[in-house]
Write a protein of this length. Structure first.
Length: 337
């Protein structure tokens, strides 16, 4: 890479890591705030990242890869040493792996929207990773004022309601479930499970235990996740849904990883299906996916202020109805009314 291009890549990557530290890790993982800021100010580590394809320079990918290679590093000095002393091995991991955070607590922010639909449901998740979000009927939920469902050994997902939320009285009914992912992870494969655990951020309370419990639930009846592109496999996979069930195509934090042109093509494809489309994505991503999309309808509270820490996603239905704002990892939900 020419020096001028390398310098530009390093500047862009540094800004990405600063943004990650402030807007994603801030208030959620103090260690990752420190490590992200350290990378942003480190020319040597930025030089290593500049040698990778742009899609492989993501903060979450680097942090998970270092953890996968050498465990959690408690200081930036230790983290930096792992990166610079193991560049070839680290690059190989980052090129082979993807950011496939499979946070089951996202089901807590999806549940009210799912419960509004005619039951039973046929669930199709794009960007499904290991399929842990395909099991909303198997988890328990604690919304503070109400507990819903739960099977023996299943995780209890806690979600704080910011104002009134139309909570259901019982879990949803799922008749069929399937996922699509370019690189499906297998809940019965110890190495894939290890990678999933490396994507959990240190300092986030019970996330690791919640992930382990969700994996155990999935192992009893492993979800079907087909390998392929979200566009190429959408129609053929959706065709397998049983008649009489409400087909729901859904995703959380997926469209940010594809180009704006691909987002728009996906939006056209899913709107063309006989299905309900539920998306949990950043408002900016949804605005780039659906022309004319407005993040909040006129009846919503204004202005909306997200709690500190993490990303505020907008939960939308069919690409036009903004239902709620939600924490990217499922810890709070603000219904728009």
């Amino acid at each position: 890479m020419p020096a001028s291009m390398s310098g530009q890549a390093e500047q862009q990557t540094a800004e990405e890591y600063r943004e990650f530290s402030v807007h994603e890790a801030g208030g959620r993982s103090p260690l990752y705030v420190q490590l992200g800021q350290g990378v942003a100010d480190d020319p040597e580590v930025l030089g290593f990242l500049a040698g990778l394809p742009p899609a492989k320079r993501q903060p979450q990918l680097l942090l998970a890869a270092v953890r996968y290679l050498a465990g959690v590093q408690a200081s930036y000095a230790g983290f930096r040493a792992i990166v610079l002393d193991n560049q070839a091995g680290l690059a190989a991991i980052m090129l082979a792996r993807r950011v496939q955070t499979n946070e089951p607590a996202r089901c807590a922010t999806l549940l009210p929207a799912l419960a509004m639909l005619p039951q039973p449901l046929a669930l199709l998740e794009v960007g499904a990773s290991a399929g842990l979000c395909l099991q909303p009927d198997r988890y328990g939920y604690d919304y503070g004022t109400r507990r819903i469902g739960g099977q023996p050994g299943a995780p209890l997902l806690s979600c704080r309601c910011l104002g009134p939320v139309p909570l259901p009285d019982q879990p949803v009914e799922v008749a069929w479930r399937a996922g699509i992912d370019v690189n499906p992870l297998d809940v019965t494969d110890p190495d894939d499970v290890r990678w999933l655990s490396c994507l959990v951020w240190p300092g986030e309370g019970d996330r690791a235990a919640r992930l382990a419990a969700a994996i155990e639930v999935a192992r009893r009846d492993p979800p079907r996740v087909v390998r392929g592109d979200l566009l190429d496999r959408l129609a053929s996979t959706a065709a397998g849904a049983p008649p009489g069930a409400t087909l729901v195509v859904f995703h959380s934090s997926v469209l940010a990883y594809v180009s704006p042109a691909e987002r728009q093509a996906f939006a056209r494809a899913v709107i063309g299906l006989d299905a309900v489309w539920l998306a949990q994505e950043s408002p900016a991503v949804m605005s780039n996916s659906v022309p004319g999309f407005v993040p909040a309808p006129p009846t919503s509270p204004a202005p909306f202020t997200a709690p500190p820490g993490g990303m505020a996603y907008v939960l939308t239905r069919n690409g036009r109805d903004a239902l709620a704002y939600a924490d990217g990892h499922g810890s709070w939900l603000s219904w728009l009314g």
